[in-house]
Design a protein around this ligand. Structure first.
Ligand code: C2E
Ligand code: MG
Ligand code: MG
Ligand code: MG
Length: 286
């Protein structure tokens, strides 16, 4: 056995072995740094901010916004949430991040309200860990009160996968959020494994068709049919279908022809800063 192992080690070569080790080490060092750096970022005010991307209807009229987190690290520069959210989800840090995001968004809405802007509903991405955490409901209620924001202006997007890890607890938490008038959507729909039976039991309002299907919907028959099926499913269950990641007029037209009514993607607007959102998307009440 030992001889065979030695043989394989030699075959793999010394350099490979070292690279492997170095990668392992970089990863754990990074993870360690990540937690420290993120904790710091959550305390100071200038590293984390939110950008907002519009959701539009068939006439390109804005119907809502999605808040997306941005982390500007002083040394690393801009770090994508696609990179750090999965890391944060491995620890309880994700709950701190989610709570910071909720505060920042509600504070922003409060400010816009005071400045006389009409508000659109804003979607906030919620991690599964946060959804099933003990005091989510009291935290959200307290924040809504503090910033004087109606629950009907808030939507939580929850990815499909996390809903299934603890289905009973998820239903309970979601039902409580519904009692605050909050809208609930399943994000990245089609990438998880939800059975239709679970879907029926969850108190959800919206299905967001994952970008991976939208990408090729106008060019690949299968992807087009998957999109059409999800749109039908939403309609049949009395839910709203939202197509995410729409980048071309062809995709938009295809999805609209299948009955989709709400769209989000670079074709309409990229995520933008709060200042740009105010300038380009919001209008003053009078
Ligand atoms: P998501 O919630 O599915 O958000 C959509 C992602 O697609 C965003 O990436 C958005 O910028 C990007 N996107 C929008 N339109 C297009 C398009 O037309 N083409 C392409 N290629 N991309 C488009 P982003 O901001 O990098 O966020 C990535 C993911 O990170 C989000 O996916 C969400 O799961 C997570 N995330 C972002 N912000 C937060 C947050 O505040 N809290 C939590 N828990 N997760 C967040
Ligand atoms: Mg989302
Ligand atoms: Mg999504
Ligand atoms: Mg997605």
């Amino acid at each position: 056995q030992a001889d065979i192992a030695m043989y394989h080690a030699k075959q793999a070569g010394r350099d490979n072995y070292q690279i492997f080790n170095q990668e392992m080490m970089t990863k754990s060092v990074r993870q360690f740094n990540f937690e420290q750096e993120m904790k710091k970022a959550l305390q100071v005010d200038d590293q984390i901010h939110m950008v907002y991307q519009s959701k539009v209807d068939n006439n390109k009229a804005v119907t809502g916004l999605e808040a997306l987190i941005r982390w500007h690290h002083p040394v690393e520069g801009l770090i994508s949430p696609a990179e750090f959210i999965p890391l944060a989800e491995e620890s309880n840090l994700i709950i701190n991040i989610d709570r910071k995001v909720i505060k920042v968004v509600l504070q922003q809405l409060n400010q816009w309200q005071q400045e006389g802007f009409s508000l659109y509903p804003v979607s906030i991405n919620l991690s599964g860990k946060h959804l099933v955490s003990d005091d989510l409901i009291s935290f959200v209620q307290e924040q809504l009160n503090t910033y004087q924001i109606d629950g009907s202006l808030i939507e939580f997007e929850i990815t499909e996968g996390v809903l299934l890890t603890d289905i009973e607890r998820s239903i309970e938490a979601m039902t409580a959020l519904k009692s605050l008038d909050i809208t609930l959507s399943v994000d990245d729909f089609g990438t998880g494994y939800s059975s239709l039976n679970y879907l029926k039991r969850l108190p959800i309002d919206v299905l967001k068709i994952d970008r991976s299907f939208v990408d090729e919907c106008a060019n690949t028959i299968e992807d087009g049919q998957i999109c059409a099926t999800v749109i039908n499913l939403a309609q049949n269950l009395g839910l709203e279908a939202v197509a995410e990641g729409v980048e071309t007029a062809e995709q938009w037209q295809f999805l609209a022809s299948k009955g989709c009514e709400i769209f989000q993607g670079y074709y309409f607007n990229k995520p933008m800063s709060a200042e740009d959102t105010e300038l380009k998307l919001l209008s003053k009440q009078n």
